[in-house]
Design a protein. Structure first.
Length: 476
């Protein structure tokens, strides 16, 4: 019968896809262990503070776009001003905020209007004014006020004004460790065999932490259930996932919240793409493509295995859905834009492994998951389901997913141990179970909606309003 043949075909497809995904997870875990060991051995005796005496440290421009960040903007700028580094400037780009973001910055840091020569001509919305502080203590702080154009546009405005060798793109609401720049710069200094074009670090979740003057004074496990799920998700993504891709030199993304780049090379490729909401992924892919096609030299995108950046994650479903919808649309646009790299041997690991992985297990994963659910319901309704085989496969799949998540929890505890106590450990393990029946189906649906919006809605660049609770509110 045709129906039975179709069921067999779909069964084989879903089985093969699941096996490939399982294999990728196993490989990720194995490579992350190797990379962690190498990183620990290489850096365990490094005194980062001694780097402050180096005469040849590259100069850094920190570019922080800000849109309606009045609740946290002062503390965040204070955090940036206290970084341990020799020569750096801070460029805060007020991207057309409609609240009191700019007013608060001007009043608190005693800013005055200045004239500053543009270093490049990347496209961005018109700049209204440029400000600098009258106080010597804040002399490295520059604020750009411009018309709203989105995050990519704001970063391009910052790049036009920046004058240093490297630039650190961050989300202004993030809290950065004081030695973060030193650790991020180290690969640019150390690697003599390859050209380092960018470096990224581990991002952790600041929700519920105690924060004072832009610094985390006490790390706490989030109280909000959606933030707890995201802690687990970030463990897998950063501690395991990106660590493994770093080992292969196949990393395609540096978090938009925290990434250090070669400024001149980014300007050469035209800066950030203002036509995507996935500017972090797209920029790294385009940089890699440029290195293969134009410079044709050995290069590296480095990944720092220390938690260097703390950020606020969504605590309500509406904001979370907007974020994941945006991430999905950004990934799709990048894959389509750079589809020439897909299974192209000229791009090495990127073309043959990284790009196919993003296509199969990032873009298509939620669609295949939803298709699998529809297939299962149809098979049950038609009476073709072998319950014994189904229960066996389901138990194995769920057990593997739980064990992989638990592995990421213990891996994090072994490496960084930022959260302490049996209570946290018990809650984290509980989250691995609840995630499968609550969180993962929601994320799948948000991603499916992102696919729909990308292909059937006109406004593909819609960012979606991100609601900030403010760091002071987290401690209540």
């Amino acid at each position: 019968m045709l129906i039975e043949s179709l069921i067999k075909v779909f069964s084989v497809f879903f089985f093969v896809y699941a096996c490939l995904l399982l294999l990728m997870y196993l490989l990720t875990g194995f490579l992350s262990i190797i990379e962690l060991r190498n990183y620990k051995n290489k850096n365990k005796y490094v005194d980062y503070k001694s780097m402050l005496t180096f005469e040849s440290l590259p100069t850094v421009s920190i570019i922080a776009p800000a849109y309606n960040e009045e609740k946290t903007i002062i503390d965040n700028i204070k955090c940036l001003l206290s970084m341990q580094y020799q020569c750096y400037e801070i460029i805060v780009v007020n991207d057309g905020s409609t609240d009191n973001t700019l007013k608060k910055i001007i009043e608190h840091f005693k800013l005055v209007k200045i004239e500053r020569v543009s270093q490049s001509n990347l496209y961005c919305e018109p700049i209204i004014a440029i400000y600098q502080s009258m106080k010597c203590a804040y002399s490295q702080l520059v604020v750009i006020d411009k018309k709203n154009g989105g995050k990519s546009d704001a970063l391009n405005a910052g790049l036009n004004i920046a004058k240093n060798e490297l630039f650190l793109a961050i989300d202004v609401d993030c809290i950065i460790e004081s030695d973060a720049i030193l650790k991020m710069v180290k690969p640019f200094i150390d690697d003599t065999k390859r050209t380092v074009i960018a470096s990224g670090g581990v991002v952790r979740i600041a929700n519920s932490c105690e924060i004072k003057d832009g610094r985390i004074i006490k790390i706490k496990y989030p109280k909000n259930i959606w933030a707890k799920f995201q802690v687990l998700e970030y463990y897998r993504a950063f501690t395991l996932g990106r660590m493994a891709w770093s080992k292969l030199n196949g990393l395609l993304i540096i978090s938009g919240a925290f990434g250090l780049f070669d400024r001149k090379r980014v300007i050469k490729i035209g800066g950030y793409d203002i036509n995507t909401v996935g500017e972090d992924l797209e920029l790294v892919v385009r940089l890699r493509k440029y290195m293969h096609d134009v410079e044709r030299k050995k290069y590296r995108v480095a990944f720092i295995l220390d938690p260097l950046c703390w950020t606020e994650v969504p605590e309500d479903l509406k904001t979370l859905s907007r974020q994941r919808n945006r991430w999905t649309r950004g990934g799709i646009s990048t894959i389509i834009k750079h589809r020439k790299m897909f299974l192209n041997r000229n791009y090495g690991v990127i073309g043959m492994i990284s790009f196919p992985y993003w296509f199969l297990f990032e873009w298509l994963a939620p669609i295949i998951q939803l298709s699998g659910i529809i297939y299962f319901v149809a098979v049950v309704f038609m009476g073709f389901l072998d319950f014994q085989i189904f229960i066996t496969v389901l138990f194995f799949g769920l057990s593997f997913a739980v064990m992989y998540s638990i592995f990421s929890i213990f891996f994090e505890a072994y490496t960084y141990n930022k959260y302490i106590g049996l209570g946290y450990l018990a809650q984290s393990i509980l989250m691995t179970l609840l995630e499968l029946i609550i969180y993962q189906p929601m994320i799948m649906w948000f991603s499916v909606c992102g696919n729909f919006d990308f292909f059937f809605k006109k406004d593909k660049k819609c960012w979606g309003k991100m609601i900030r609770t403010g760091f002071n509110n987290k401690n209540k």
